[in-house]
Design a protein around this ligand. Sequence first.
Ligand SMILES: C[S@@+](CC[C@H](N)C(=O)[O-])C[C@H]1O[C@@H](n2cnc3c(N)ncnc32)[C@H](O)[C@@H]1O
Length: 232
Amino acid sequence: MNTPISLPFSAKYNRTHAEAYWQKHRKGLPRKLSNWREQQLAGWALAQANQPERVLDLPCGAGRFWPTLLANDQRSLIAADNAAAMLDVAQQVHSPQTLARVQLLQTSAFAINLPDNHVDSIFCMRLLHHIESNDHRLALLKECRRVTRDSLIISLWVDGNIKAKRRERTEARRAVRGPGSNSNRFVARRNEIEGLFVAAGFTLHSYKDFLPGYAMWRVYVLRVAHQYEPLS
Ligand SMILES: C[S@@+](CC[C@H](N)C(=O)[O-])C[C@H]1O[C@@H](n2cnc3c(N)ncnc32)[C@H](O)[C@@H]1O
């Protein structure tokens, strides 16, 4: 297991923020539509990963994806998050029937408290875009590789679309104005992040964009790369 890396954004998930985060995706038509699209992408990704049975939802937040993940009766789910407050809110907002099917775990994604190859797939939504450095991104990906036996489903912000170009211009204006930007969300260059996937021991199986050409969100389905072993 690796050493946990402490990210500034991780500290904000106290009780108030955790409750607000759960509500955020349920309020107003635009949010409901975007949540619907994310759930659709999640369903697609799970199918691409051959409907894994043993899944680690990390970070699970308040369990926004559990209805999609648990739609498959065969699936067993470990739901993990760094923030105790997020897990508390999850326990408060889901039914006892749902909670009975979920094993909760408080752990860092950089040092997952589970053995090697413990799950068939890790489902990692909305974490990687909070990580700026490639070293930290690689540390997270390698830790996921250690714990997943077969696949990693991971969402992030990528470049090469209208929103990313707009964001780049906004960031450039901020830089001219001087320090003070407190952004804790970052766009990954596609060629760089795809290189990190391979460096961590994955192959790129497939991906789908939230809104191709426009939005930054992309979901990748990665498979564990099995080393070629020459016959002796
Ligand atoms: C934007 S939320 C996403 C939650 C969920 N995947 C979703 O989409 O609803 C980010 C989550 O990452 C968790 N988090 C932050 N740092 C973490 C870390 N180092 N390891 C595991 N979880 C972390 C936060 O507590 C929070 O629940």
